[in-house]
Ligand binder design. Structure first.
Ligand SMILES: Nc1ncnc2c1ncn2[C@@H]1O[C@H](COP(=O)(O)OP(=O)(O)OP(=O)(O)O)[C@@H](O)[C@H]1O
Ligand SMILES: [Mg+2]
Length: 714
């Protein structure tokens, strides 16, 4: 038989096992569901986090799930509708996947609700925070609330009738609505209406913040907005009798199809796409179990969806809104404040250029502050010797200081070229906004290559110096987003390495111009050569294993999906290479299968911070090579995006990343270990206790103390 991937002939007698056997793969969608289960478990575990942080995990779980339906379930649903029956690598058809997803999700929602209503709510109550219903308040309080409703809520409500004379009202994605059955007091006719619970108001109302409604017992009383609306429906429908009222929430297909033709205006077609997202087909309809059948079938029919998309959920719908509870000022119920270490704080003058000239710098966020990165761009913007700044922007967040610095630089008449990725999912509108302001400030804004999302995270600053032009680079694993840099774990690498600078220059040229540059000396670039390079690195490690017996690969990423690379890892394991994978989310590879993957271990760390860095380590016959970058191992990252991996060369930095990796791998408090059947078991116990994120924080605080001491001593 031949092995198609390396083209060599393998004699039949020692033929390798069939690495395409579906049993060797975990379903991508179900693996994601497992990841979200691990997020849910953070909320379930009463010992793991302070109360409000557990609420945060419930919210993250819920919004993750909404996103999963808007994109993944919508895609599977499309496949079913198109009659596609092709099986995934693990052997499931789209319809089978949908069935299993539904089964898992129903179980998870039940768990989530039990956690919130039976565990967290009573615990919050004991701590002086409680949800109340309008009907539980005194008549006088209800009147005050009615006044508040009239002033603050009523003006933004639009009751929409629904009968033969009125078309079925349009309902936008993620909207929470009330379905109301009414009786006309004059004619006795039964009518149906819909009121949207306004998305622009807070879902959770704090009674103590309403004038006149203060309680003097110090307790925080909360009310769901929909409860307030429901109690005041008579104001919306005078001369009608409200017969019944039931909440429902819809999720639509939100995957935008963008027609990218090279001549067209990408910005406009994305704006178009964002608009049409509001009209995508309904992929989930959430209702309470007590909604009568008549209303339920009315909704299903008019929303043009199916019974299999209806989810009966007790209690509150749209629990991602729980994030609002984190605004409550109760430090005793939240994580201790963590202020990251800024390694540049001990410098007399914070000249980042000078620092970078004296050696490469590595920052490990959020343990190290992201401030030096923002400062770097500001310093470049202000420095008269800086000629140009080029940067890729994917998710910058709102009010970004990075974008402000770029605008300032453009106003100083520097060459500023920014690659804004308009297609960053759910950030499209925000990115269009920034792209326009940057253009107005005089920056060159480009939207990248047709058909490829630019996900690489790069900055290049060119400065005129005595010896000639020097390039200052920032290469990262995470976005230029100061908010997420405080909660996602990522690396920043700051260097003036001329070889990397050449490569980055070429890459920017091919992103902004017509350059079809195909060779990079140091940088690994998707979709050009990353797939091939990863395959080669794995193969080299197999060779090292054969010659020296010290083959080892460590990879840290958010998702491992790509079949070809999974097979290469199986082969490496079969050759004896020791492989450790720290994969936060989806993993389609199964570790620990005798004869296939017994040398592979997969762990997933879920904790206070979102594990986000991507690190690729090859022992390379004890001459370790480490690459960092933006890419996970999924077909989309390798084939459909512009991604980069870059080498870290300085031995002290290589050592430091290596020891970070070892710490993550040895975590036995916030880590889950994947089993040969694809399920995960929480690692509990084990001595000494290793809570990697906590240890990274502790180390950071220690460094901060040392810096303070040093500064005092100066
Ligand atoms: N501590 C946490 N644990 C688990 N999930 C979290 C945590 N903090 C945030 N999240 C969720 O993780 C999601 C972001 O993860 P994701 O890996 O997709 O990052 P991203 O911003 O898309 O990065 P990239 O641009 O590199 O793809 C957010 O939607 C958020 O809800
Ligand atoms: Mg993402």
């Amino acid at each position: 038989m031949t092995d198609s991937e390396n083209g060599t002939l393998v004699p039949a007698a020692i033929a390798e096992p069939d690495l395409r056997d579906p049993l060797l793969y975990v379903n991508r969608e179900l693996s994601w569901i497992d990841f979200n289960q691990r997020v849910l478990e953070e909320a379930l575990d009463s010992a793991a986090h302070p109360l409000l942080e557990r609420v945060k995990f419930l919210s993250i779980f819920s919004s993750n799930l909404d996103e999963f339906f808007m994109i993944r379930v919508a895609g599977l649903d499309d496949q079913c509708a198109a009659g596609i029956n092709e099986r995934s690598v693990d052997g499931l058809t789209p319809i089978e996947m949908l069935e299993r997803i539904r089964e898992r999700v129903i179980g998870q929602l039940r768990q989530r609700n039990a956690c919130f209503f039976d565990d967290i709510l009573p615990a919050l109550k004991r701590k002086g925070i409680e949800f109340v219903s309008v009907s539980s308040l005194s008549v006088e309080q209800q009147q005050l609330l009615q006044h508040y409703f009239r002033k603050e809520v009523f003006p933004v409500l639009t009751p929409l009738a629904f009968d033969t004379g009125h078309p079925f009202p349009f309902m936008s994605n993620l909207s929470l609505n009330l379905a109301i059955e009414l009786e006309d007091e004059e004619s006795g006719a039964i009518k149906f209406a819909r009121v949207k619970v306004p998305g622009i108001l807070s879902r959770i109302i704090r009674l103590d913040q309403i004038e006149g409604l203060g309680f003097d017992d110090g307790r925080i009383r909360l009310l769901w907005l929909e409860d307030l609306v429901e109690h005041n429906l008579d104001q919306l429908f005078p001369k009608m009798r409200i017969l019944q009222c039931h909440p429902f929430r819809i999720i639509r297909d939100a995957d935008i199809e963008i027609e990218e033709d090279e001549a067209g205006d990408l910005l406009e077609s994305i704006e178009q796409g964002v608009r049409s997202r509001r009209y995508g087909k309904v992929v989930r309809l959430d209702i309470n179990p007590d909604m009568p059948h008549s209303i339920r079938s009315l909704l299903v029919k008019n929303l043009e969806t199916y019974e299999r998309n209806v989810y009966e959920i007790g209690g509150v719908l749209g629990m991602s809104a729980l994030m609002e509870l984190l605004k409550i000022d109760r430090p005793d119920l939240k994580d201790e404040l963590f202020v990251p270490n800024n390694p540049l704080d001990d410098k007399r003058t914070a000249d980042i250029f000078a620092e970078m000239r004296s050696g490469d710098m590595l920052l490990h966020h959020p343990y190290d502050s992201f401030k030096p990165v923002v400062d770097l761009i500001w310093q470049a913007a202000r420095d008269p010797d800086v000629l140009s700044i080029k940067q890729t922007l994917y998710r910058v967040g709102s009010n970004s200081p990075v974008v402000k610095a770029l605008m300032f630089a453009a106003e100083q008449r520097k060459q500023v070229a920014v690659l804004v990725e308009l297609k960053a999912r759910f950030d499209e509108e925000n990115n269009i906004l920034w792209a326009r302001s940057l253009e107005d400030a005089g920056a060159h804004v480009v939207y990248g290559l047709p058909g490829l999302k630019t996900h690489a995270k790069l900055t290049m600053i060119v400065r005129r110096e005595q010896e000639g032009l020097r390039h200052y680079l920032h290469l990262g694993t995470g976005n230029y987003n100061t908010v997420t840099a405080r909660i996602y774990t990522d690396y920043s690498y700051l260097t003036t390495d001329p070889v990397l600078a050449d490569d980055v220059t070429e890459l920017f040229n091919s992103l902004t111009g017509y350059s079809k540059h195909r060779e990079y000396r140091s940088l690994i670039v998707s979709p050009l050569n990353m797939r091939r390079w990863i395959m080669e690195m794995i193969r080299h490690e197999v060779d090292h294993q054969k010659h020296t017996g010290n083959g080892r690969i460590v990879m840290k990423m958010n998702a491992l999906v790509d079949e070809e690379i999974i097979r290469a890892l199986y082969r490496a394991s079969m050759a004896g290479v020791k492989i450790d994978l720290a994969i936060r989310g989806i993993c389609c590879l199964k570790p620990g299968i005798p004869g296939i993957s017994e040398n592979i271990r997969v762990v997933s760390v879920i904790g206070r911070f979102l594990e986000h860095s991507r690190v690729y380590y090859f022992n390379n016959g004890d001459h370790a090579r480490i690459f960092l970058g933006s890419a996970d191992i999924m077909p989309r990252n390798l084939d459909k995006r512009v991604e980069t991996l870059f080498p870290v060369i300085e031995p002290r930095l290589v050592e430091s990343i290596k020891s970070d990796l070892e710490l993550t791998l040895s975590d036995n408090r916030k880590s889950w270990e994947m089993q040969p059947d694809g399920t995960y078991i929480r690692k509990r116990g084990g001595r000494p206790a290793v809570d990697s994120q906590r240890l990274f924080m502790r180390r950071s605080l220690r460094r901060k103390k040392n810096i303070k001491k040093k500064v005092k001593g100066l």
